[in-house]
Design a protein around this ligand. Structure first.
Ligand code: NDP
Length: 308
């Protein structure tokens, strides 16, 4: 019963160390050293090999090494093999840090101050109290919920928007497409933590920006294709949006000369908001494998029809 890992190789060495410590009886291999393909029962991958359906005849389960699964070509993964995404505390913890940093940066006008420093301009900006800056999170799943819980400490009025209804103390929750305009009209800083699906692709578009209060800020940590670039740049230029923090783009990496690199109202990071932590991820994978062998429900199992 071999577990094969095919993702970031530096972190792969850490996975191998934690597997050896915690499950010495489970053979663990790092791509491309796959050993006997017939022995591979579990695959942990960011992007699985194209020939996954034939390469490993006894494959039982595939893990996405990240929380998202849009990078998987579902047509290449046989329907009977469950796909499980990463539900481990390290991803949520690092995402919470990033979104908190981004929301506070927009709230406290850091993009203005960076520009002013470059120009050697000493000019104060009126401070808006947190209680008057409404923060709205799209997608109240594993990560969105962790984010709103931590943002409570700052005193922002909090809103959330989700596909199915949610009840979270201290957060005004909206659900469904029909409630999106209401949610947006009260959101001064919008955080996108949606999965990328047919329904959410291009959701950050001109219509959505027009429904936000003028001068709103945007944090996109979902996926690059959530954002319609031309609409976004037009919204920044018109002042509909005052600034944005983007961790994801389309494509990644962003090509040289792309307008996001140099736009003064955009803070850009290289898909680095959060990271799977080998220490805690190995515990999650071992727990799911044990449940799978006992024939139990699998936490993080992706619903292939929904796409997340
Ligand atoms: P979850 O599946 O736990 O949560 C997704 C949430 O989005 C669910 O609550 C779901 O609603 C909601 N949702 C899905 N579709 C829609 C829709 N059409 N309209 C409204 N709400 C919708 O995912 P995670 O919280 O773990 O991760 C979210 C995303 O964050 C990932 O898919 C990935 O794209 C991104 N991510 C980015 C990272 C980065 O470093 N930048 C790192 C990790 C993740 P419901 O409750 O009804 O299912």
């Amino acid at each position: 019963m071999t577990v094969l890992y095919k993702a970031n190789m530096v972190r792969g060495a850490e996975w191998a160390r934690f597997f050896a410590e915690r499950a010495p009886d489970v053979p663990f291999r790092l791509w491309p050293d796959i050993g006997d393909p017939a022995e591979v029962r579990y695959l942990v991958a960011w992007v699985p090999p194209d020939d996954i359906a034939t390469a490993f005849p006894n494959l039982e389960l595939v893990f996405s090494v990240g929380a998202g699964v849009d990078q998987f070509d579902a047509t290449k993964l046989p329907a009977h093999i469950p796909l499980v995404r990463m539900l481990e505390p390290g991803i949520a913890e690092t995402m919470v840090e990033y979104v908190t940093t981004a929301v506070l940066a927009l709230h406290r006008d850091l993009l203005h101050f960076i520009a002013q420093q470059r120009e050697q301009v000493w000019r104060e900006i009126r401070i808006t109290p947190a209680k008057r800056r409404r923060v709205g999170v799209m997608g109240l799943g594993q990560l969105g919920q962790a984010v709103v819980e931590r943002l409570k400490a700052f005193g922002f009025p909090l809103l959330g928007w989700n596909r199915s209804p949610r009840a979270i103390a201290g957060v005004t929750c909206y659900s469904g497409v029909e409630s999106l305009p209401d949610f947006l009209s009260q959101t001064d800083v919008l955080v996108c933590l949606l999965p990328l699906t047919d329904e959410t692709r291009g959701i950050l578009n001109a219509d959505l920006f027009a429904r936000l209060p003028r001068g709103a800020g945007l944090v996109n940590v979902g996926r690059g294709p959530h954002l319609v670039e031309a609409d976004f740049l037009a919204a920044l230029d018109s002042g509909a949006l005052s600034g944005a923090v983007l961790d994801v783009t389309d494509p990644e990496p962003l090509p040289a000369g792309h307008p996001f690199w140099s736009h003064p109202r955009i803070l850009l990071t290289p898909h680095n908001a959060s990271m799977t932590t080998p220490d805690t991820a190995v515990d999650f994978v071992l727990d799911v494998i044990a449940r799978h062998r006992r024939g139990e429900e699998l936490p993080g199992r992706v619903d292939r029809t929904r796409g997340y």
